[in-house]
Design a protein around this ligand. Structure first.
Ligand SMILES: [Zn+2]
Length: 70
């Protein structure tokens, strides 16, 4: 059964720096058993399912290691 909803993509190519490229604010905090997105505003690209989160400091969109599967 395929997972549905937001899926954490742990493949190496998918995990970005977890920081905003504009201001350097930490957006994604990875612990051993959880990933915390420090801002709840998420945007999903409809075609690819790639997810971005809005930086709370400078409002730039930051790629996060999540994929939306519907
Ligand atoms: Zn920022």
């Amino acid at each position: 059964m395929a997972p549905q909803g937001l899926v954490v993509d742990r493949s190496p190519h998918a995990v970005g720096p977890g920081r905003c490229q504009v201001c350097g604010a930490k957006v994604v905090v990875e612990n051993s058993d959880e990933i915390v997105i420090k801002n709840a505003i998420l945007r999903v690209d409809g075609a690819s399912g790639r997810v971005t989160a809005k930086c709370s400091r400078c409002k730039a969109w930051v790629a996060v290691p999540l994929t939306y599967t519907g």
